[in-house]
Design a protein around this ligand. Structure first.
Ligand SMILES: [Ca+2]
Length: 155
């Protein structure tokens, strides 16, 4: 791609192969008899979908997940911090995923897992979810005649 600034354009006026024309009050100078195909050098990177050739410019249609004039920038899908509840975000091409802390689930770790869903309490005990950093996130309220962390012991 050859784009010449105002000063260079003036100095090119005398070039034997220079052609100049006026566009929007700017003088465009090209060397050679016809417009250059700016896409010929394959300027678009990262498997860009298309290079569009224009007069003295090119435009890259980037593949999903890339941006920039030449599609040279891989988009960080984690930049918007989509993962919640202390989860770790993992950036990939055109996607991300979240590694949840224990006790959370969902695409963005937005859902707290109910520890009582797995029915950890035995012998008709009532399970009650505990909040906070306890190692066991629930407690079992035993019926008469049973004891133990999971009400697993007869008394
Ligand atoms: Ca990415």
């Amino acid at each position: 791609m050859q784009v010449f600034g105002r000063i260079d354009a003036a100095s090119l006026m005398g070039h034997p192969r220079a052609h100049h024309r006026t566009c929007n009050n700017s003088t465009i100078v090209t060397v050679g008899g016809h417009d250059i195909d700016e896409c010929a050098s394959n300027p678009c990177l990262n498997n860009a979908v298309q290079c569009l050739d224009g007069p003295n410019f090119f435009f890259c249609v980037c593949a999903p997940g890339y941006t920039g004039t030449r599609c040279e920038t891989e988009i960080d899908e984690c930049a918007s911090t989509p993962c919640q509840n202390g989860a770790t975000c993992n950036d990939f091409v055109n996607m991300y995923n979240c590694t949840c802390l224990q006790g959370f689930e969902g695409v963005n770790c937005e859902s707290e897992i109910d520890p009582c869903l797995s029915e950890p309490c035995l012998n008709n005990a009532t399970c009650s979810e505990l909040r906070g950093d306890s190692s066991i996130p629930f407690q079992c309220l035993c019926v008469d005649g049973f004891a133990g962390e999971f009400c697993e012991e007869g008394t």
